[in-house]
Structures are given as C-alpha cells and as structure tokens.
Design a protein around this ligand. Sequence first.
Ligand code: GCU
Length: 465
Amino acid sequence: MNYLLKKPVCFFLVAMLFCSSLLAQPPRLSPADSIARRRSADSVRQLTEQDYKKMLDLLHISSIRQGANGNDPKAPNAANYDEAKANPFPDLPDPLVLKNGKKVTTAKMWWNQRRPEIVEDFDREIYGRVPKNLPSVKWEVVSTVNETNGAIPVITKKLVGHVDNSSYPQITVDIQLTVITPANATGPVPVIMEFGFIFPPGFRMPAPSATSSQKPAEPGWQQQLLAKGWGYAIIVPGSIQADNGAGLTQGIIGLMNKGQTRKADDWGSLRAWAWGASKALDYFETDKAVDAKKVGIEGHSRYGKATVVTMAYDPRFAIAFISSSGEGGVKLHRRNAGELVENVASSGEYHWMAGNFIKYAGPLTWGDMPVDAHELVAMCAPRPVFISAGEKGDGWVDAKGMFLGGVHAGPVYKLLGKKDLGTVDFPPVETTLTDGEIAFRQHTAGHTPVPNWPTFIRFAERYFK
Ligand code: GCU
C-alpha cells in the first residue's frame, strides 16, 4: 500500500534515464524472465511488509501518518509546493548549541563536544548505528584492461571486495567496484566514485537506434573527468546491501545480525552503502594509480542520500557531489514540500534509515527530531560539498529545502574557518553558488545530476590542484 505513495520518479526509471542515449526503446525481457521478475518482486514486497510490520511492533506503533502523494496534485494528500505552507516547524536545532545550552565558540568545542552529540542523534534516530567489529574486506582485482574511453586511453580495473563472513558463513557479501584511471597519468590521480545504478536480472540493454547513433555523443561525466586527467569509480550499492526491506536480513546488515531482524537503532541501507564506500576508499589507499587524499563521492537521488551520509561519516572523503538527495538527504526534514518524512518512513523506503526514524511519522512529529539535515551537512565540515538539484520534474526533492540544509550548516563551516553559501536567499535557477565550501546549483532539467557535472568539476578543481 505504502508503495503507492511513492513518486513516479521510481528507481528503475531513473536508472533508465541514466542510459537515455542508449535506450531508444523499453527494455526487452523474455516472457519467462518477465514472469520470474514479477514473482520475485511479489515475494520481495511480501517479505518487506513482514519486516516492516515487525519494526512497527518493536516501536509499539500501529500505523503512521500518510505520506505525500507526488502523483496526483488533486489528491487530498497531494505533495505541497506552496512556500507559504512549507514551514510548519520553523525552529531548527542549533548546530552550535550544546545539549546543555552552552554556545559552541571554538573549533575544539565543535570537534570534542557538539559534533559527537550530533553524530549520536543521527546514529540513534535517523540512519542507525554501524555495528562494532565490522568484518575485514579483502579486495581482489578480477580484471585489468587497457582500453579507450571516449578517445582517452584508460586502465579499467574490476574488483571484488570479499567481506569476511566467518562469523556467519550463510551470508556472503562481495562488493563490486570498478576503477577507471587515465593510462597516461604520470602519478596518482584524483578519483570521483559514484554509487552506480544497477539493473535487475534479465534486463538487456537494447541496441542504440539509428537516430541516437547519428547524434554526436556528448562527453559524459566520465569523459569530463578523464579529460581533466582524473579517474572515476563505480561502486554497486546492491552488492553491499539490498535496496528493500526484504533484504535487511541479508547483505552486510544481515551478516552482522546473523540473519536476524534489525533492532530499532540498527543501521539501514544508507549507512551500509556508506560503509561499502569507505571500504572502497581503504582499497584506494593501496592503489598507486589513485591519490587517496583526493577521492570524491557522488550519487543521485537515493544515492545522493548515501553520498551525504558517506561524506558525513568518513572524513577521508575529500569532496561530495550530492545530487537530488531530497528527504532523507540534505532536504530539511521539517519542511512540508515534496517528499516527506512519512514517505521515507513507509514500507517502500524505511530500510534506508534506522527503524527509530519511523517514529517521526507518528506518533512523533518532524519537529520532535533532535537533529535536522543541516547538521548532517555540518558533519561534513570543513570539507567541500556540492548540493545539486533539478527544476522541472524535480520538485519532489525540494530544492529549497536542500538549499536551506546547506545554509544552516554555514555557521559550522565558518567556525572552522571556511566559507558558507554566501547567501540565505534561495537563488534563481542556474545561479552557481560555488564561492565557499558549501556549494549549490539548481539546473533547469529534471531529476538528474547530468547538467551540473561541469560546475561540480570546476568546483572540485579548486581543491584538487
Ligand atoms: C523515490 C523516493 C526518493 C528517492 C527516489 C530515487 O522518488 O521517494 O526519496 O530519492 O525514489 O532514488 O529514485
């Protein structure tokens, strides 16, 4: 039921959009593949609902408030896009006031006192705790190929990160990572790692149509990075943790829980994906082709959420490109615009978060949250973050709410001697705000990072010189 509340911008469509140049027609599945896919989707849905119900029971919640409907503007619960109604809880927690009421006035107080308080709240209530004694990961290079990408000679390495599962051998976790670096590099290069979209089993990419092959291909983000002399990497989130509630007893979360269901403050998929990204960074520290001090992280939509979580929790990441992260990402939870806490707390999305997050969709309210998204951005300080949004068709992610997530992290960046966004006024579309360490740009296209790549690369250049 809760699935129906989700925005039409579904995962699968977004993934297809990414390959739009290749996709001239819908994916073709054999009839047998279609049936198998429908069956497995049904069983995932069923298992998800069971896991969700268990979590509600654990929290002593019988039901939550209804989320916003992003599909039908006439629905009684239609998503709000009216700024006059967007701020029912205007008071945000102050990132620079300790729980005991004392003002944070020095960097030392931030690092030693206030930041740990904020981390604890995010751990317990929002994204869940990463277990202690996480297993080691052994990276195996499965292939190294010299090839060209665009016109640029590159070395493509495919890796598998074997997670030590000796504590519970019933669950195997093999993290998939691909790293592409320019073959002619004279030393270690900066690398931007993307949380990559994956396609369901049975999905076959149709051959490009005549018209699409006639169009000269524009350089993709990968070629833009290579042209700078940088590399890129793709990590496959689904190889770390499934993107549904049914998978919570599997993957790295299931491995740590020995196949049992989560506790209310256990980690969700976002932190699991972020953990996988950190393990990839461990690998980069051993790869001579990569400058591990200049590794950035990028992701879109749900992976935009994973991107900011990665950046917030692992101080080794140098920069982040957070694309259309919306609710559960850098959009303020207290905003009534586009997607709401209630949507993310529903059975289709709760697995991204800690179970405790569901409480804020009933009986508690958004205003009861001990933290808000600006403090997640503040956790990234003093490192540079680029907050990206689209315009037409990207209302669901609430560009203004994400901008405000950046604005209200500003005082922390300033305390640490860095520059904030430089304005508190939501700028017109296509205004580039990249003078400080918190950057923002809303492009005119839809739910995609693509038009903002050149701006992000120029922003990153400042730090990767
Ligand atoms: C849905 C969901 C968003 C998410 C998006 C995606 O629209 O509501 O929170 O970001 O899917 O990842 O595609």
